[in-house]
Design a binder for this molecule. Structure first.
Ligand code: HEC
Ligand code: HEC
Length: 152
């Protein structure tokens, strides 16, 4: 009995690890100048974070969203940082950049430490979110209950 449960646990660990290894070896992340994404401004997780869908198979985004310019066009040169504490304090958890559509995304496993603080900047300025973000789609709020993420 004991041996069976040990084997079962091992099997679980191995499959969990191989999924993690697979993610690490096949990182998908927005890059400056890329145009592989789509649906700018939409709630990315409404498709990408649903198990068993084609979108999820293509990319299970742990963070995703869109940055616009004030005239509504894509902001293709913004940087997004997720900090451990407000005001860019503590550890930098993740840095992403927008692609040509203004979209940013990653499939990498991140530790949000129970909440992190987004900062978005370009060469012309910086905006910060003062409440905590816990992962997922920024566009589940921005463009829905909040204004779009906008910076020139
Ligand atoms: C209405 C559902 C839906 C929404 C909303 C959506 N996606 Fe997708 N996405 C898909 C599907 C389905 C695919 C796979 C087929 C394809 O490439 O069109 C895909 C593919 C992608 C790919 C290509 C992955 C690859 O390896 O080629 C990227 C990048 C992407 N989506 C990013 C995003 C981002 C960022 C958002 C939010 C701004 C988003 N998607 C919103 C359904 C969606
Ligand atoms: C649960 C809803 C929610 C999610 C998810 C969310 N935000 Fe926010 N965001 C808010 C609210 C509410 C505010 C305004 C109050 C504040 O700063 O906390 C805000 C404000 C901001 C601001 C400041 C805007 C300005 O013009 O000053 C930025 C930048 C921002 N968010 C970026 C992000 C990014 C990047 C993500 C994803 C990594 C994200 N937000 C996810 C709700 C959300």
């Amino acid at each position: 009995m004991k041996r069976i449960s040990v084997i079962a646990v091992l099997a679980l660990l191995i499959s969990a690890c191989s999924h993690y290894e697979e993610l690490k070896s096949d990182p998908k992340e927005s890059a400056s100048g890329d145009d592989e994404s789509h649906n700018a401004g939409q709630n990315c997780s409404s498709c990408h974070n649903k198990s068993g869908t084609e979108a999820a198979a293509e990319g299970w985004w742990t963070v995703a969203g869109t940055v616009f310019k004030s005239d509504g066009r894509a902001q293709g040169s913004a940087t997004i940082e997720l900090w451990e504490k407000p005001g860019k304090q503590g550890k930098l958890i993740k840095r992403l950049v927008t692609d040509d559509l203004g979209n940013f995304y990653t499939n990498q496993v991140l530790n949000f430490n129970g909440g992190c603080y987004p900062v978005v900047y370009t060469s012309s300025g910086e905006i910060q979110m003062t409440s905590a973000f816990n992962g997922g789609s920024c566009n589940s709020c921005h463009g829905v209950t909040e204004s779009r993420i906008q910076i020139n």
